[in-house]
Write a protein that binds this ligand. Sequence first.
Ligand code: DAT
Ligand code: MG
Length: 150
Amino acid sequence: MERTYIMVKPDGVERGIVGEIIKRFEQRGFQLTALELIHPSKELLEEHYCDLKTKGFFPSLIEYMSSGPVVGMVWTGKDAVKTGRKMLGETNPLNSAPGTIRGDFCIEVGRNICHGSDAVESAEREIALWFPRGVKTVARSHSIHSLFYE
Ligand code: DAT
Ligand code: MG
């Protein structure tokens, strides 16, 4: 079953949008598999965003992302990576359709409140980076997932 790494960024935590983002993934039918509140180090964030090292906005991105606690989550379910990205919206919130998380809650690309893995391989890399002790997915017999997958 597919997993994705979704993170509420410092501005999302500060603005109290954590519950709203969790609600949307829950009501869509994904399973919350791991969750942590963490004030990340710059080193961890530089590793997380290693593919963006050469970008001009990289220093300000790391500064912003390390400015306060974030909420990192693993969500599991069918097509979790691609569907998670759709639920987030576009990188630039101004291009994000209303109804998406970014389209409903922000306007600045440098304050776009949430992160979502962009591919299955990056999702697994990010989950290993943020949850180094590992994440165990346990089947929940009374959840909607048992209807879909068992
Ligand atoms: P995404 O978060 O949609 O996967 P990304 O991986 O290309 O987008 O970039 C990571 C984050 O960096 C993005 O959420 C916000 C910031 N960012 C991207 N492009 C930017 C830009 N042109 N100016 C400022 N910040 C930018
Ligand atoms: Mg990205």
